[in-house]
Every structure is written in C-alpha cells, then in structure tokens.
Design a protein around this ligand. Structure first.
Ligand SMILES: C[S@@+](CC[C@H](N)C(=O)[O-])C[C@H]1O[C@@H](n2cnc3c(N)ncnc32)[C@H](O)[C@@H]1O
Length: 331
C-alpha cells in the first residue's frame, strides 16, 4: 500500500513539532564528544538528533531511523544544514543490523520510544480518540494491518489479551465482547466507532445517566487505555523492542552508551531486565553462597533507578509524564 501524502503543516500552518522528552538528561549521561558516531533509532522531528549533531561537531556522524515516513521528511528539513554528516533511513529499529550498512560502530545509540506528537495530532493517522478520522494507528503507513482491520478480524480472546496486556484495561473482557458484538452488524472504520464502544461499556459499568460525561469523574477519558493498547498491538511495539535491545548492545563500540526512553511499564521492564542481565556480576545459582563463575559483566548501568522528568518539564510538556530513561555503558 503506498504511503498517504500527509501535509507537513499543522492546523495552525506551522510545521508540526514534537517536544523532545528528557533530552538534557540523555545528553548529560551519554556525553557525546566531538567526532562521535551516533545512531538515533527514533528520529521523530529530529529534536534529539539536532543536539547530537551539534555536540559531535565538526566530524561526528549520525544515522537516524524512523518507521514513520513523515518523521524522515520532517527531520530532513530540520537537519538540512548537517546533511554531510548524517544519513536518514526509513525503517524499524527491530531490524537495526540490517539498516546500518557501512555506518561505523556507534559510540552512542538512543531510542526515545512511542509516538511523535505530530503523528498523534494528525487526525488522519487515527491515534487520538479526541479526533475523528480513519482507525489506522500504523506508524509506518506503508505496511501492516490497521487498527480497524484488527478490530474487525481478531478473535475475542486476542482482543481481550491486547486490552489487558497493553492497556492494563480493567474492563478488557467487556470491551472485547462489545467489539465482537458491534462488528456482527457494522464493521469498525473510524476512531469514533471505537470511542463509542468504550464509552458505552463505561456508561454501563458506572451506571451513568444519559448525557452524563463519564470521563470527568475518572479524570482520564475511558478510551485512553484502549487506544494505547491497540496502538501497541498494531505496531508490534513490544516485540520491536525485544528484537532491538540485543542488536543495539552488540553493535555498540566498547565504552559506548545505549540510552532508552520508554513510556509504558512493559517496555521499561524489558529494558530494565535486559540492562541488568548485561551488568550482572555473577551468574551462580541463587542458593550458592560463594561466587565461582568469575563472570565479566558486559556492561555497567549508568543509572540504577530510571530517570524521570521533573515537575517543570511535565508542566511544559504533559506528554512527558510517564517517561523513564535508562542508560547502560558497554564494557
Ligand atoms: C517519541 S518520538 C521521538 C522523538 C525524537 N526523539 C525527537 O526529539 O523529535 C518516537 C518516534 O519513534 C518512531 N518509532 C517508534 N517505534 C519505532 C520503531 N520500531 N522503529 C523505528 N522508529 C520507531 C515513531 O515513529 C516516532 O517518530
């Protein structure tokens, strides 16, 4: 399927932007130096990439990846002046090793997971429950199944699993059953088809009066978790990260740093466990009192606890509130 030609202008007429999250903390811990090579696996609109290109002047090089073709276009425009020192590629970080070509082994790899604000804000992409648009949700609109296709075809159990695991949705069973019930008569095609189903389930659960706005009571709109769950499923986000971590660590230079910003507990757990395994100093069985394995750790954690945005950053950019940063240095 060809990529739809989305406008690179927002409703306000300005080029769409994404406010980078935890950027100063990422720079402080990865410590880019003049001449370093950097892979930014999630270019977005190039906020991180620009600062890495500046910090590695005059000879440092950057390879930038994104699975969203719109992000590549935006970053190309924003980073035009650095053209001679950067390569931008459309692709998934889950296939990192196949995308690096002859780019030198990196000193730094960064991945700032999740979605760019410009994609979330574009109603044609179907990520936002507040907007009316096609129920797409693919970060890469050139391949894969849309959210509507999943909703119209997946079995009840699979729908429930997605809602539970990726959305931590307490009404997963009820919402899954309501999806299956609706599609018997009318298939899903727009964001509001899904919003209506979730709202109807919550109205019943909360015994809401007709016309009563149920999300005022619960603070967040009841469709928030459902949309998050299907976005993660559509883009296979968890298995992307599982594939990415070992590849990234393998290609780093000794002494190189791998920094990941995640926005979901499942992602953070994957990163935490992968990093801890690399940094483990002993692999003897837990019941053995004395270490005999002489294991040499493959890496060193640069922060024991995840770094989170401070209240000033959250106030300026509320989308940063669930971000967690972890960094490991390869030995
Ligand atoms: C939060 S944004 C990154 C923003 C960026 N750090 C900046 O400063 O502008 C995340 C980006 O990662 C991309 N992305 C998510 N999963 C990806 C994957 N598996 N492979 C490549 N890009 C991915 C999304 O398309 C999105 O543009």
């Amino acid at each position: 399927m060809p990529a739809p030609n989305h406008s690179l202008r927002s409703d306000s007429g300005r080029a769409p932007q994404h406010t980078p999250v935890l950027l100063e903390e990422v720079l402080k811990l990865t410590q880019p130096q003049s001449g370093d090579t950097v892979i930014d696996c999630t270019l977005g609109s190039g906020g991180y990439a620009k600062r890495f290109l500046e910090a590695t002047e005059p000879t440092g090089r950057l390879l930038g990846l994104d699975r969203d073709a719109v992000a590549i276009q935006l970053a190309k425009t924003k980073l035009g002046e650095y053209q001679a020192r950067m390569i931008l590629k459309h692709g998934r970080f889950g296939a990192l090793k196949s995308l690096i070509g002859d780019f030198p082994r990196p000193d730094i790899i960064v991945a700032d997971l999740g979605l760019s604000s410009f994609a979330l804000d574009d109603e044609q992409r179907g990520f936002a429950f507040q907007k009316f648009g096609p129920l797409d949700m693919r970060m890469d609109q050139t391949s894969g199944k849309t959210a509507a296709e999943l909703l119209n075809t997946l079995e009840l159990r699979e729908l429930e699993r997605i809602l539970k695991n990726f959305g931590e949705e307490r009404q997963a069973g009820k919402i899954a059953r309501a999806i299956v019930e609706r599609r018997k008569t009318k298939s899903f095609s727009t964001t509001q088809d899904l919003v209506q189903i979730v709202e109807a389930v919550y109205r019943e659960v909360l015994k809401a009066q007709p016309g009563q706005k149920i999300w005022l009571k619960r603070q967040i709109h009841p469709a928030t978790q459902t949309f998050q769950a299907f976005r993660i499923a559509v883009n296979d986000e968890i298995s992307e990260l599982e594939k990415f971590l070992p590849q990234a660590f393998e290609i780093l230079k000794p002494g190189g740093r791998l920094a990941i910003v995640s926005f979901h507990s499942l992602e953070d757990r994957l990163v935490k466990n992968f990093f801890r395994n690399q940094a483990k100093i002993c692999s003897c069985p837990a019941e053995q009192l004395q270490c005999t394995c002489d294991r040499i750790p493959a890496g060193k954690l640069l922060n024991k606890k995840p770094i989170q945005p401070n209240s000033a950053e959250i106030q300026i950019n509320p989308r940063a509130r669930s971000a967690k940063l972890r960094i490991i240095q390869k030995n």
